[in-house]
Design a protein around this ligand. Structure first.
Ligand SMILES: [Zn+2]
Length: 398
C-alpha cells in the first residue's frame, strides 16, 4: 500500500534537483542539439544524393558496372551498389567527423583520440558497405523479379536479413570494436545471476564490455538472438555505480530479454520499412520521369540507388516520432520490469540522474514523445518513486 507520508512528487523533485546549474545546461544543450542533427543529417544526405544524380555519376557508375560484369544483373547490381555506397560513405566523412568526433569531444563524452576514432570509423564504414551492398542488390534483384510487389517481399527479406545480422553481430561484429569478458566473481555478480535465474533467464555469465575505449557513457545491453543472446554491462557503469545501481540496470536489461523485445523490434521494423519501400516505389519512378537528365530510366537500374536512399531517408525523418515511441515504450516496459526484479528504486533513480550526462532530464510532453527513444530522466525517477511508494518498508528494497 502506498504510504501517505511518502510524496512521489517531492521525492522526484529531490532527485531532479541534484542535477542543476552548468551540468543541467550542458546536458540540455547536448540533447537538444541532437534534434537539429536529425534535420542537418537529412540535409547532408540530400545534398550528396542529389549531387550523385545530377552530376550523372550514378548513371555512369551503373553503366560502367554493367559493362564490367558482362551484363549479369545480379553482379551488375552488386558492383554498382558497392561503388555508390562507398562513395556516399566517403562524402559523408566530414559530417561523421563533426558529429561523432568533434561534437562528442566538445561535450566531454569521448575517450578516443583521432587515430582511434578513425580506426573505428573505417571498420564501421566497411561493415556498412558490406551490409548495405547486400541489402541494396537484394532489393534490386527483387524489383526485377517482381516489379509490382517487390516492396512487400522486400520487407520480409529485410526482416530475415535483420534477424540474421542481430544474431551474428555479437560473434562477428562487436569483437571488432570492443572486448567482452566474463564479469569477475563477486557478490554483485552472484546477485545479478540470481536475479536472472529468478526471472527465467538461462544466463551463466554476465559480460563486461570495455566501452571506455570509446566513451564515458554508462550503459548495458542485451544483444544477439537465440544462442547468441547475452546480457552485458559496460565498464563505465561498473566503475561509477553502486551495486544497487548496477542491479537496477541489469534488471532493466533482463526485462528486454524476458519480454522478447528484440524479436518484436524486428517485426515492428519490418512494418516500418514496408512503408519506406512503398515510398520508394511511389516516388522514385516519378522523380526519374521528371528528371530525364539524370540518365536513369527505372527503379530497377542500380543508378537509381541515390535517389531511392534520399526518399527513404526523408521517410525515416517523418517517422522519427513513431520509431522513437515504439522504442521508448519498450524501454518503459523494461524499466518497470527492472524495478520489480531488482527492487532498487533509489538505485534506479540515481542511475537515471547519471544518464542525464547525455539526455535532457525534463522535456515537455510532446518533446518526449517526438524525440526520446528512452523515457526522460523525470519519467524514470517518477516511475521509480511510484514503485517505491507502493513497496515502502518491505524487506530488501533499496
Ligand atoms: Zn533498455
Amino acid at each position: 500500500m502506498a504510504n501517505p507520508a511518502f510524496s512521489v512528487e517531492a521525492a522526484t523533485q529531490a532527485y531532479l534537483a541534484t542535477v542543476s546549474g552548468v551540468a543541467r545546461a550542458k546536458s540540455d544543450a547536448y540533447f537538444e542539439g541532437g534534434y537539429w542533427l536529425i534535420l542537418w543529417s537529412f540535409v547532408v544526405t540530400a545534398v550528396i544524393m542529389i549531387f550523385l544524380m545530377r552530376s550523372g555519376w550514378a548513371a555512369k557508375i551503373s553503366a560502367w558496372a554493367k559493362r564490367v560484369t558482362g551484363n549479369r544483373p545480379w553482379l551488375h547490381a552488386m558492383l554498382a551498389a558497392f561503388v555508390l555506397i562507398g562513395i556516399v560513405a566517403l562524402l559523408q566523412f566530414p559530417w561523421d567527423l563533426y558529429v561523432t568526433y568533434f561534437r562528442e569531444h566538445q561535450y566531454g563524452m569521448s575517450n578516443q583520440n583521432f587515430g582511434q576514432w578513425l580506426g573505428d570509423w573505417v571498420k564501421n564504414a566497411l561493415i556498412s558497405l558490406i551490409v548495405f551492398t547486400l541489402l541494396a542488390s537484394g532489393m534490386l534483384r527483387l524489383i526485377r523479379a517482381t516489379p509490382k510487389n517487390w516492396w512487400a517481399w522486400g520487407a520480409v527479406v529485410t526482416a530475415f536479413f535483420m534477424a540474421f545480422f542481430i544474431a551474428v553481430a555479437p560473434v562477428f561484429v562487436e569483437p571488432l570494436f570492443n572486448t567482452y569478458k566474463p564479469m569477475t566473481a563477486s557478490p554483485l555478480r552472484d546477485q545479478i545471476l540470481s536475479m536472472a535465474r529468478a526471472n527465467g533467464v538461462p544466463a551463466h555469465d554476465v559480460l563486461v564490455v570495455d566501452a571506455s575505449r570509446q566513451t564515458k557513457r554508462i550503459s548495458a545491453n542485451v544483444a544477439g538472438l537465440g544462442s547468441t543472446m547475452r546480457v552485458a554491462l559496460n565498464d563505465n557503469l561498473l566503475n561509477q555505480a553502486t551495486p544497487a545501481q548496477v542491479r537496477s540496470v541489469m534488471g532493466h536489461e533482463l526485462g528486454h530479454y524476458v519480454l522478447n523485445h528484440i524479436w518484436s523490434m524486428v517485426i515492428y521494423f519490418a512494418l516500418i520499412i514496408l512503408g519506406g519501400y512503398l515510398a520508394i516505389n511511389h516516388f522514385v519512378p516519378a522523380l526519374l520521369r521528371r528528371n530525364p537528365k539524370w540518365g536513369v530510366q527505372s527503379l530497377a537500374d542500380p543508378g537509381a540507388l541515390p535517389i531511392a536512399i534520399l526518399v527513404i531517408s526523408a521517410y525515416f525523418v517523418v517517422m522519427t516520432p513513431l520509431v522513437n515511441t515504439i522504442i521508448r515504450v519498450q524501454e518503459q516496459e523494461a524499466d518497470q520490469f527492472g524495478l520489480n526484479a531488482a527492487r532498487a528504486p533509489d538505485g534506479f533513480a540515481a542511475t537515471a540522474m547519471k544518464l542525464s550526462a547525455y539526455r535532457k532530464l525534463e522535456p515537455g510532453k510532446w518533446e518526449e514523445i517526438i524525440f526520446y527513444d528512452h523515457p526522460s530522466g523525470r519519467t524514470r525517477v517518477e516511475t521509480a518513486m511510484q514503485w517505491k511508494a507502493e513497496h515502502l518498508g518491505e524487506p530488501g528494497v533499496e
